[in-house]
Design a protein around this ligand. Structure first.
Ligand SMILES: C[S@@+](CC[C@H](N)C(=O)[O-])C[C@H]1O[C@@H](n2cnc3c(N)ncnc32)[C@H](O)[C@@H]1O
Length: 193
């Protein structure tokens, strides 16, 4: 995800900052037998084979309970048929240009009592072309806004100019520690005055 300056990295490969992921995961009560899915997990390890601190790796569940897709690793999400599989928890930061398709499909893959969390720009809410989409999928019940604003484009100075939020649909009471409506998600280790 990047600000709309026209320069987009191939496949919109913008990893979510580790401190933002940790701040979110610290507030989630996973259940011991939860299944988890990250539909565009990004790189799981670096060139030396060291595990990277991405959403998939940081979710505190056994590897056998986790599933992933990632187009750059030969698993395209939108065209994959998952049959009757459903997942208890889905957390992702999707490619911005495919966000509506990703959200629709993620909702269809969510198990009853499941929790879906999606990173997205706040100004994704008010677009005229997405009014029908929102009527169809429903608004998230919780939307903690990331502090500080994340920096997705490392070539730029400072942080991105727009706000981002975790869009949360929680049918399983796993996010008791996150308030309903708008709130803040303060990056782990980030000091505020
Ligand atoms: C904004 S990055 C986020 C990566 C990761 N979810 C995270 O939060 O760090 C989007 C990712 O989606 C992957 N991607 C793009 N189109 C995809 C598709 N159709 N199916 C699966 N992955 C896709 C990209 O390669 C990239 O790794």
């Amino acid at each position: 995800m990047s600000s709309t300056d026209g320069n987009v990295i191939e496949h919109e490969n913008y990893p979510t900052p580790e401190a933002a992921v940790r701040a979110l995961l610290n507030k989630i009560d996973f259940k011991a037998d939860d299944s988890f899915f990250e539909p565009c997990c990004g790189d799981l390890s670096d060139a030396d084979g060291n595990e990277l601190p991405c959403i998939f790796n940081l979710v505190p569940l056994d590897i056998m309970q986790k599933e992933w897709a990632e187009i750059r690793m030969g698993r395209e999400f939108l065209t994959t048929d998952y049959g009757c599989r459903k997942f208890d928890v889905i957390i992702t930061n999707p490619p911005f240009s495919l966000s509506t398709e990703f959200l629709r499909k993620c909702k269809s893959l969510l198990a009853p009592g499941g929790t879906l969390i999606f990173l997205q720009r706040v100004n994704w809410l008010g677009s005229k072309k997405r009014v029908r989409f929102w009527q169809e999928v429903g608004m998230p019940s919780k939307s903690p806004i990331l502090v500080p604003r994340p920096k997705f484009d490392k070539s730029k100075k400072g942080t991105d100019s727009c706000e981002y939020a975790w869009y949360i649909y929680d049918n399983g009471d796993r996010t008791r520690n996150i308030p309903f409506g708008l709130s803040h998600s303060i990056a782990e280790g980030y000091k505020i005055d």
